[in-house]
Ligand binder design. Structure first.
Ligand SMILES: [Zn+2]
Length: 191
């Protein structure tokens, strides 16, 4: 699939970089998705974010996506991303940006804090692209959730249908509903 790099004009790349910075993306995401030089991106980052980018490695592990609440958030984002991928003719990075903005709206409308950062959302799409993660259909609710590629679909039950015991009460991401999955509406929102 095409990236910003090959097809976007410089003006579009800058626009793309600014949007990503505003969403909180790490500098490495910008480096990967645009042809702009490191120095230029650094300047842009400081200008837009008002501070220097954080240093250090990006999260390279798929483990985070497998933990309970993050899995539900990641699945919500990925469902939106897959949907946009099918119906909208967007560049790959624009699909990630749009899906992430919709994820933020969805989370905000349910009064929850976003657990998924835009950098992790971007990583997630890369993990799916290179086959390290995929989505599996829950045999109880029919919703699609982020899993490792070899999850046995007929045995798979998602974290909404079977939250871990420790989930207990409180403001849980477990109360999230995945949109565009008609049967997921069966999950009530416990405020
Ligand atoms: Zn389920």
């Amino acid at each position: 699939m095409a990236r910003c790099k090959s097809i976007l004009t410089e003006a579009r790349q800058i626009e793309c970089a600014i949007t990503l910075i505003k969403l909180g993306a790490r500098l490495q995401v910008l480096e990967s998705e645009t042809d702009l030089s490191y120095e230029r991106l650094l300047r842009l980052y400081k200008e837009v974010a008002g501070h220097s980018p954080s240093k250090g490695q990006l999260p390279f592990s798929t483990d985070w996506f497998m933990t309970w609440q993050p899995n539900i958030h990641a699945s919500l984002f990925l469902n939106t991303h897959e949907y946009l991928n099918k119906v909208a003719e967007l560049d790959e990075i624009d699909t990630i940006i749009k899906a992430y903005q919709l994820y933020l709206e969805q989370i905000g409308s349910q009064g929850l804090e976003p657990l998924l950062s835009v950098t992790r959302a971007w990583r997630l799409v890369k993990f799916v692209d290179n086959g390290m993660l995929t989505m599996t259909c829950c045999r109880k609710c029919g919703g699609h959730f982020v899993t490792h590629p070899h999850e046995i679909a007929r045995n798979y039950v998602c974290g909404l249908c079977e939250p871990p015991a420790r989930a207990g009460k409180g403001k849980a991401a477990g109360s999230l509903q995945l949109p565009a999955q008609p049967r997921a509406a069966a999950h009530p929102v416990h405020a």
